[in-house]
Ligand binder design. Structure first.
Ligand code: 13P
Ligand code: SF4
Length: 350
């Protein structure tokens, strides 16, 4: 990375001292990650934000929904800054509050709303987390999806899972022992979600039709191709991948799990990893004694994660050091209150 920008970021961070705390998601660029006080998956970063009451500024190097969650979990005196406001998430954008409220009406008409518990993946807007909190549900991340979905299912007789159909289906079928037929797909662009009242009543898991545009591009062909090219290769994927990809893989887990798995792997072992490219490249560089490759070369970076680059980080840090708060992410108090209920329920899961 540009030495002048590195020097400017270092100087601004030193000037701010303990007043600033920089969080970096594992999908961030190397040039940004080098300035993170803590790196992690979205679950770890949510907890880290909540555990820093003394830092006046939390600079969140990640995407918008993560910064919103940090604002919800931190005190009023703390300001959460997202270095580029255009760093959104295409998956989070697939569930709007008005669509979810309309779906809840459809469930009410089918007579199943009282027996359905809503669960939302962390990758959703604060509005959606607020909806879930108001309706007795819970937030989950990829590292606690099984616990959250099991808890929710035990509270009712079925779960409405937002917005990632793949994480929902993979967790239900591969970790909770549900059949594929126990899951139905609710399409917000179709009347009644494209489902009959009877289908809703019979379902254990109502999956929202959303997905990650990065992980959705890995295919069964990617897995078959790497297995034929590299005998003995271990396939390790994120649960946002399609069901057939996860089923064909050897291991599945969150970004934090992927890192721990590679750290524990024996020297000489070969790994094809199905997740975002910045993380896979860093793992390959950090473990030259292991053969680490990308599961499919046609898949690329998460473009919105990549919007946070060193120039944006330098700008945000220098503005903060000059006493100007830029790109602050705030969630309105009523939404934050209900979203907090759903996030606290997640943090309290057994
Ligand atoms: P985790 O950090 O929970 O593994 O999620 C990956 C992701 O896609 C974040 O946007
Ligand atoms: Fe969203 Fe996928 Fe990017 Fe994560 S990797 S921020 S889920 S688009």
């Amino acid at each position: 990375s540009d030495p002048e920008l590195v020097a400017r970021a270092t100087a601004a961070k030193a000037k701010l001292g303990d007043r600033v705390f920089v969080l970096g998601h594992h999908y961030q660029r190397d040039e940004v990650i080098q300035f993170a006080d803590v790196t992690g998956d979205s679950f770890k970063l949510a907890r880290e934000a909540a555990a820093r009451p003394d830092a006046e500024y939390i600079v969140f190097c990640g995407v918008h929904f993560m910064a919103e969650s940090a604002d919800i979990l931190t005190g009023d005196a703390q300001k959460v800054v997202l270095p580029d406001l255009a760093a959104g998430c295409s998956m989070a954008d697939m569930a709007a509050l008005s669509q979810v409220e309309a779906a809840w009406e459809v469930l009410a008409d089918a007579g199943v709303v009282e027996s359905t518990v809503p669960v939302t993946y962390m990758n959703s807007s604060a509005d959606i987390k607020g909806f879930v909190g108001r309706n007795g549900g819970v937030v989950c991340t990829s590292s606690n999806a099984k616990r959250a979905l099991t808890w929710a299912y035990e509270q009712g007789q079925r779960v409405l899972f937002l917005p990632d159909q793949h994480l929902g289906r993979n967790t239900a079928v591969l970790e909770m022992g549900f059949d594929l037929d126990d899951c139905v797909l609710y399409d917000p662009h179709k009347p009644n979600g494209g489902l009959t009242a009877q289908q809703l009543r019979d379902a254990k898991m109502i999956l929202w039709r959303g997905h990650c545009s990065v992980h959705g591009r890995f295919t069964l062909d990617s897995v078959n191709e790497v297995r034929s090219r590299v005998p003995g290769v271990n396939v390790l994927v994120h649960p946002e991948c399609r069901h057939e990809v996860v089923t064909a893989a050897d291991r599945v887990g969150s970004t934090e799990y992927i890192i721990k798995t590679i750290e524990a792997a024996p020297a000489g072992s070969a790994w094809a990893i199905g997740t975002e490219l910045n993380l896979v490249r860093r793992l390959a560089l950090a473990h030259p004694d292991k053969e680490i490759m990308f599961l499919d070369r046609a898949v690329c970076y998460c473009s919105t994660m990549n919007r946070i680059d060193l120039p944006h980080l330098v700008w945000a840090l220098e503005e903060l050091a000059a006493g100007r708060v830029v790109n602050q992410i705030t969630v309105d108090p009523a939404t934050a209150h209900h979203a907090r209920v759903a996030l606290d329920q997640m943090l309290a899961l057994p």
